[in-house]
Design a protein around this ligand. Structure first.
Ligand SMILES: [Zn+2]
Length: 287
C-alpha cells in the first residue's frame, strides 16, 4: 500500500488515559471503596471531590482528543499515522458514496482497556464499533496479535480491520444494525445468523473501500493506493479471523451455531465481492 501521513484528524488518542486502572479513576480499587464508604456514611459525595469524577463512565468517554503522556515507539507512532490515513481515506470514500447521509467519526485509540458507551472493554475483545457513541475503538496491540496468532501480516491486513469497523459505522448510519436488532428481538433463534450477516456486510463494505483505492495515481494526490499483493493480504486476514478458524484454534472444534462473524470462506468471499463491485448495494448479505 502507498500512503502519506496526515494530521491525525481521524484519531482520538486515548492511549495515555486508558488502561486497566482507569475504572477506578486512578484511585485504585481500595481507595475507591474507601471514598464510596465515606460518601455513603456521611452523605457527602466525596467521589466528586477527588477530582476527575472518580472515573465514572461519563468521564472516561469525554470528548477531549488529548492524551496524557504515553510511552511509545517510532513504530507505534507510524502505526497511528497509518490508521489515521486509512480512516481518512475510507471516510472520504463513504462521503462520496453516501453524500450527506455520511457523518464522520474517529478511531479512539486505547491501551489495555476502555470505557465506551457500549460498556467497559478490554483489548482482548479486539477492535470494535460502538453504535452508542459512533466511535471505532482500537488497541494497536491487536495488530501484533493478528500477525502472531493469526499469521495475517501486511499493511492491508491492518487496513481491512479498520475498514471493517468503519463498515459497522456505515451500517449504523444506514439503519441496518437497528433493523437487525429488531429482527433479532422478533426471532431470537435467528440471533447468530443475523449477526453473521451483519459482520459479513461489514467485510463487504471494507471491500467497497478497497475497490476505490485500487486506482493508479491516487498516491500522488495524497490518497491511499493499493499495490499488487495487497488484496491478498486482506483476504488472508479475513480468512484468518473467521469464526471457524478461531474456534478450531481455541477449542479444536467448530460449532456453527456459535458463529458470530462468519466462516473464513464467507468473510473472504464478501470482502472480495465488495472489492470487485465497489458498490454497497452488492453487499446485501441479508437477502
Ligand atoms: Zn465486526
Amino acid at each position: 500500500m502507498r500512503w502519506t501521513p496526515g494530521d491525525r484528524g481521524n484519531i482520538e488518542d486515548l492511549r495515555g488515559r486508558s488502561g486497566i486502572g482507569m475504572k477506578a479513576g486512578g484511585l485504585g480499587i481500595g481507595g475507591l471503596l474507601v471514598v464510596l464508604l465515606l460518601s455513603w456514611a456521611t452523605g457527602i459525595d466525596f467521589l466528586s471531590l477527588v477530582g476527575n469524577g472518580g472515573g465514572a463512565p461519563t468521564e472516561s468517554v469525554g470528548t477531549s482528543g488529548t492524551s496524557g503522556t504515553v510511552a511509545t515507539t517510532p513504530e507505534e507512532e507510524k502505526l497511528v499515522d497509518f490508521v489515521d490515513a486509512v480512516m481518512g481515506d475510507a471516510q472520504a470514500t463513504w462521503r462520496d458514496l453516501l453524500g450527506n447521509r455520511y457523518e464522520p467519526t474517529k478511531v479512539r485509540l486505547f491501551r489495555d482497556a476502555i470505557q465506551s458507551a457500549c460498556g467497559f472493554a478490554e483489548a482482548a475483545s479486539g477492535p470494535f464499533y460502538c453504535p452508542g457513541d459512533h466511535y471505532v475503538y482500537l488497541d494497536l496491540g491487536f495488530f501484533d496479535e493478528l500477525r502472531r496468532r493469526f499469521g495475517a501480516s501486511g499493511d492491508f491486513a491492518e487496513a481491512y480491520v479498520v475498514a471493517h469497523e468503519l463498515g459497522h459505522h456505515v451500517q449504523s448510519l444506514l439503519g441496518v444494525d437497528a433493523e437487525m436488532r429488531q429482527a433479532q428481538g422478533r426471532n431470537p433463534s435467528a440471533r447468530n445468523d443475523l449477526s453473521v450477516r451483519l459482520e459479513l456486510q461489514a467485510d463487504c463494505f471494507a471491500g467497497v473501500w478497497a475497490h476505490a483505492t485500487n486506482k493508479s495515481g491516487r498516491a500522488s494526490q495524497g490518497r491511499i493506493e493499493l499495490e499488487s499483493g495487497d488484496l491478498e493480504d486482506g483476504l488472508r486476514a479475513a480468512a484468518a479471523i473467521g469464526d471457524d478458524r478461531i474456534q478450531r484454534m481455541s477449542t479444536g472444534h467448530v460449532f456453527p451455531d456459535k458463529f458470530t462473524h462468519g466462516t473464513s470462506e464467507q468473510r473472504a468471499t464478501w470482502l472480495r465481492r465488495g472489492f470487485d463491485s465497489g458498490d454497497p448495494d452488492a453487499c446485501n448479505t441479508f437477502q
